[in-house]
Ligand binder design. Structure first.
Ligand code: SAM
Length: 280
């Protein structure tokens, strides 16, 4: 396990993933009924953007730093940017919330969170951060086991972020297998699976497989900050959303062109939004 999210916190991929994730949780909370948030590769709760790791890459400068004081945000981004602002009450951008803290910020008394993180340091920090909060359970265990271990949940409504580090060649296969287990165990689970846009050949195969996997509804959302075939590294990222809540589509249609233009790093950024399965 070499991947450390502290090098990448707040970059363009985090902005995109976190804005969509938070909006999905807000839409699910329109109903009073409780829901359970599952985060299989949770990372930690707060990242220090002035720490050594962020300082080495400076990735957040082309991510959250471009947006956090903007007043003309599309609806999809407003709650997300407010959450980052809430972590920095002195108006200096320093602390960035990881996915567990982002969701915890809006968790109601009736909701619950299950977090798994394999790295011992991050798991311990996460546990300490949420100590005393009876709604949050932290497990130091393999996130790919999460669906089998915890689904179905008693609440009957679940939002699951599947956000692995993509350190291995078979990550797409493992994720698809894990998603299938999740949906078999609880068909209505709302899933956000994050993936990098780097290797077009791998992606084409993944699209083919997920479209044919018998999943209920699959919405593909992508944001690129460079042409997708640039061999520099992370050109963009995608989210496969299984069972996304309504009216996310309309909000994404408004937000994606805006985000692509604000986060572009060379030339113009790009975006994509389409159904791979079960278009309503
Ligand atoms: C992309 S980061 C997570 C970022 C976080 N979800 C967020 O959005 O703020 C991936 C995390 O997965 C952890 N990890 C790696 N392999 C894992 C595994 N098999 N099970 C659970 N966590 C794992 C890494 O330590 C890392 O913290």
């Amino acid at each position: 396990m070499n991947y450390r999210h502290s090098y990448h916190a707040g970059n363009h991929a985090d902005v995109f993933k976190h804005a969509v994730l938070l909006r999905m949780s807000q839409l699910m909370q329109r109903k009073e009924a409780p829901y359970c948030y599952l985060d299989s590769h949770a990372g930690t709760a707060l990242y220090d953007l002035q720490g050594d790791a962020s300082g080495k890459t400076g990735e957040y400068l082309d991510g959250i730093a471009r947006l956090w004081d903007r007043k003309d945000l599309p609806l999809l981004l407003q709650g997300y940017v407010n959450s980052v602002v809430a972590q920095n009450p002195d108006a200096q951008l320093r602390y960035y919330p990881g996915s567990p803290q982002l969701i915890a910020g809006g968790l109601r008394e009736q909701d619950r969170m299950i977090l798994s993180e394999l790295h011992p340091v991050d798991a311990a920090t996460l546990r300490e951060h949420f100590v005393g909060d009876h709604r949050v359970a932290v497990h130091q265990r393999d996130g790919y086991e999460l669906a089998k271990a915890f689904l179905p949940v008693a609440e009957k409504r679940a939002l699951w972020l599947l956000d692995p580090p993509f350190e291995r060649g078979d990550d797409f296969d493992r994720c698809l297998a894990s998603i299938q287990v999740g949906v078999q165990r609880m068909r209505q689970t709302v899933i956000a699976f994050w993936y990098p846009i780097k290797d077009e050949r791998l992606l084409r195969e993944f699209y083919r497989q997920i479209a044919g996997a018998g999943l209920p509804k699959v919405l593909r959302v992508e944001l690129t900050v460079r042409p997708a075939d640039t061999s520099l590294g992370l050109n963009g990222s995608g989210l496969m959303l299984i069972n996304p809540p309504w009216p996310l589509w309309e909000e994404l249609e408004e937000a994606l062109p805006w985000l692509a233009s604000q986060l572009a790093q060379s030339g113009s950024g790009g975006w994509r939004l389409d159904w791979l399965a079960g278009e309503p």
